[in-house]
Design a protein around this ligand. Structure first.
Ligand code: NAD
Ligand code: IPM
Ligand code: MN
Length: 356
C-alpha cells in the first residue's frame, strides 16, 4: 500500500471551491491500496491581509516534504490597494515555481466532444504547451529609477540560460516523441535576437538527437493567428515563460473556456514536489457563489495522478470528465460547482484490475 502526501493550497476566491471538488474526485479515483494524506496550507491574499504572511520559510520547507502539491488559485481583486505592497503572485506562486524548480509548465489543450468552441471549425484540437517555468521576464530581473517622474525608466530583463532552455526543450522533444511527433518552437527571433538565437540553437541541437520528431518554428504573433485559424496543426509547442502564459489563456479560450484548462508545474528530476493547478485565477467576480467550473482543477488532479505514476486513476478521471462534458452540453440550467464534482466522481469507471 502507498500513502501520498499532498499539500493542498486552495488559495483565494474560487480556489477553495474548485480544490474541494478536485480532492473529492482524486480520492474517489485512487486505487484501493493508495491513500491520500492531505495537509492544508492556508496561503494567499486572504492570509496576507490577515497576518501579513506571504510564504513563510518554514511553510515552504514543509511543502517541500510533500510528494505533490495541488493549488487552486491565489491573488485578490486586481487593483486592491491593500495588496499593492505585497505581490502575492510573485511572493507566493512564482516563488513556489522557482524554489521547487518547476522548469516545465505543462499545459495541455483538448477540445472535448460536446464542448462548444468559439471557433466555427476548430478541427481536432489536441496539443500541449510546454512553457518554461523558471526563467524569462518572470525572474524579477529589473528595476526602476526616477519612479513617478516623467523621466521614469523601468526595465524587466528576460533571463534565458543555456542550461534552463536546453532542459525544457529536451522535455518537449520527449513529449512530442510520445505523442504525434511534431514540435513547434514559438518565440520572436526576428526581434528578440539574443534570446531567440539561444532558443533556436537549443532546439536545433536536440532535434539532431530526435530524428523521429519533426520541428517547425513560428513567431509568437503568427502563432496566435494559427491558434485561432488552425489549432489542429499543433502537437507540442515549446516556448518561454511569458509567451507560454499568454498562449495558454488563448488555448483555454478556444477549447471551451478557462474553466477547463489544467496545468502542471513539473520538476521532472523529482528533486522537489511538482505542483498542479488550473490555468485560471481566483476569479473574484464569481467567488463564493458555487458558480466556478471545477473541471480545470479536476483535470489538474488527473495530471497530478499521472505524474505520481497512477496512470489508471488519471485515465479514469479524464474519461469521467469527457463523459460529463458531453452530458453537460444537453443541460439547460447552470451547475453549482459541487454538482460538477459530484457528477464527475459518479462517472468514474471501476479501476482496471491489476494482475501479478
Ligand atoms: P481569472 O482567471 O481569475 O478570471 C478571468 C475570468 O474568467 C473571470 O471572468 C472569471 O470569472 C472567469 N473564470 C476563471 N476561472 C473560472 C472558472 N473555473 N469557472 C468559471 N469562470 C472562471 O483572471 P483575473 O481576473 O485576471 O485574475 C484574478 C486574480 O487571480 C488576480 O489576482 C490574478 O493575479 C490571479 N491569478 C492567479 C493565478 C494562479 O493562482 N495560478 C492565475 C491567474 C490569475
Ligand atoms: C498563470 C498566471 C500566473 C503566471 C500569474 C498569476 C503569476 O497567470 O499561472 O498563468 O503568469 O504564470
Ligand atoms: Mn496566466
Amino acid at each position: 500500500s502507498r500513502t501520498i502526501r499532498l499539500a493542498a493550497i486552495p488559495g483565494d476566491g474560487i480556489g477553495p471551491e474548485v480544490v474541494a471538488e478536485a480532492l473529492k474526485v482524486l480520492e474517489a479515483a485512487l486505487p484501493a491500496d493508495t491513500s491520500l494524506e492531505v495537509t492544508q496550507f492556508r496561503l494567499g491574499a486572504g492570509r496576507f491581509l490577515e497576518t501579513g504572511d506571504v510564504l513563510p520559510d518554514d511553510e515552504l520547507e514543509r511543502i517541500k516534504e510533500q510528494d505533490v502539491i495541488l493549488l487552486g488559485a491565489v491573488g485578490g481583486v486586481p487593483g486592491d490597494p491593500r495588496l499593492a505592497g505585497a505581490n502575492i503572485e510573485r511572493g507566493l506562486l512564482l516563488r513556489l515555481r522557482f524554489e521547487l524548480d518547476h522548469y516545465v509548465n505543462l499545459r495541455p489543450t483538448v477540445l472535448h466532444p460536446g464542448v462548444v468552441s468559439p471557433l466555427a471549425a476548430p478541427g481536432n484540437v489536441d496539443f500541449v504547451v510546454v512553457r518554461e517555468g523558471t526563467e524569462g521576464p518572470y525572474v524579477g530581473n529589473g528595476g526602476a529609477i526616477r519612479t513617478g517622474s516623467p523621466a521614469e525608466i523601468a526595465t524587466e530583463v528576460s533571463i534565458n540560460t543555456a542550461y534552463g532552455v536546453e532542459r525544457v526543450v529536451r522535455y518537449a522533444f520527449a513529449k512530442a516523441a510520445e505523442r504525434r511527433g511534431r514540435l513547434t518552437l514559438v518565440h520572436k527571433t526576428n526581434v528578440l535576437t539574443f534570446a531567440g538565437s539561444l532558443w533556436k540553437r537549443a532546439v536545433d541541437r536536440v532535434a539532431a538527437e530526435n530524428p523521429t520528431v519533426s520541428v517547425d518554428y513560428l513567431h509568437v504573433d503568427a502563432a496566435t493567428i494559427f491558434l485561432v485559424t488552425d489549432p489542429a496543426r499543433f502537437d507540442v509547442i515549446v516556448t518561454d515563460n511569458l509567451f507560454g502564459d499568454i498562449l495558454t489563456d488563448l488555448a483555454g479560450a478556444i477549447s471551451g473556456g478557462i474553466g477547463l484548462a489544467a496545468s502542471g508545474n513539473i520538476n521532472p528530476d523529482g528533486t522537489f514536489p511538482s505542483m498542479f493547478e488550473p490555468v485560471h485565477g481566483s476569479a473574484p467576480d464569481i467567488a463564493g457563489q458555487q458558480k466556478a467550473d471545477p473541471t480545470a482543477a479536476i483535470l489538474s488532479a488527473a495530471l497530478l495522478a499521472e505524474h505520481l505514476g497512477l496512470g489508471d486513476a488519471a485515465a479514469r478521471i479524464t474519461a469521467a470528465v469527457t463523459a460529463d462534458l458531453e452530458a453537460r452540453s444537453t443541460e439547460a440550467a447552470p451547475r453549482r460547482t459541487s454538482e460538477t464534482g459530484d457528477a464527475i466522481a459518479a462517472l468514474l469507471r471501476p479501476p482496471t484490475p491489476v494482475h501479478d
